[in-house]
Design a protein around this ligand. Structure first.
Ligand code: NDP
Length: 246
């Protein structure tokens, strides 16, 4: 155990990929951790088992981030069961590449609900549970700042909204000792974007590091931000993309 002993974290979309890596890393660093998931109940149960295996308390809550009531209730349940809330990680996300003229309004609404509205809803619910030292860490994307190909208007718009939201939250919450940061991964090997997938080569061609990140790479930065080392990092973005956006 390290710097997060006695802290409580909630990671949205913690059943797979980057969210699962963040949840287990925060637990390895000493935190009790709740996760939400939309569909993957068995995968969420596995993550709970891993966290409990690390000697920490864990809780999985089914809550579609597009459902504001379910998400609010998940935040309150996590804080109630685990005894407060110190770290909120807004990670749940979906991906789609769609030419702008083919975007369905329902798809626009769903992605904005999961990537933007949910972050506001979860933050609104989490802040009353937080004391000094609280952390709001959102998982954005390097595509917020550089659209590397066609079909990204909706995804890039949804992730770039987190930049404005995080800057405003950082300024608003700093006097209360609560930070807000957006972590912007680049290509990261998950089911959303497999390193062996058909779109991998095009991404690697733009990446001077020539490799995908592992979910643990993103989790390491989130763990730093969640700990004492992150106490003055607020209202800003940290990009972890091997230099692709440089
Ligand atoms: P995965 O598809 O591997 O995992 C997504 C996770 O989010 C799952 O736990 C899933 O739960 C959950 N989730 C999806 N939709 C919802 C929802 N409506 N409500 C609650 N939970 C939901 O994706 P990644 O781990 O790759 O992505 C995690 C985050 O990182 C996302 O925000 C993504 O945009 C971002 N990102 C990823 C990059 C990459 O290259 N992988 C690059 C840049 C950013 P369930 O399985 O139960 O549905």
């Amino acid at each position: 155990m390290t710097g997060l002993d006695g802290r409580v974290a909630l990671v949205t979309g913690g059943s797979r990929g980057i969210g699962a890596a963040i949840a287990t890393r925060l637990a390895a660093d000493g935190a009790d951790v709740a996760i939400t998931y939309a569909r993957a109940e068995d995968r969420a149960a596995e993550v709970v088992g891993q966290i409990e295996g690390l000697g920490r308390k864990a809780l999985a809550i089914r809550a579609d981030s597009a459902d504001a009531e379910a998400l609010t209730s998940a935040v309150d349940s996590a804080a109630g069961v685990l005894g407060g809330l110190d770290v909120l990680v807004n990670n749940a996300g979906i991906f789609a590449v769609t030419p702008v003229e083919e975007l369905a309004v329902a798809d626009i609404d769903r992605m904005l609900a999961i990537h933007v509205r949910a972050v506001l809803v979860a933050t609104k619910a989490a802040v009353p549970h937080m004391t000094r030292g609280g952390r709001i860490i959102s998982v954005g994307s390097n595509l917020a700042e550089r659209a590397i190909g066609p079909g990204l208007s909706l995804y890039s718009a949804s992730k770039s909204a987190l930049l404005g939201l995080t800057r405003a939250l950082g300024r608003e919450l700093a006097p209360r000792g609560i930070t807000a940061v957006v972590v912007q991964p680049g290509s990261t090997d998950t089911e959303m974007n497999p390193a062996g997938g058909e779109h991998a080569a095009a991404q690697l061609a733009l990446n001077p590091s020539g490799r995908f990140a592992e979910p643990a790479d993103i989790a390491a930065t989130v763990a730093h931000l969640a700990g004492d080392g992150g106490r003055l990092i607020t209202g800003t973005a940290i990009t972890i993309d091997g230099g692709l956006n440089a």
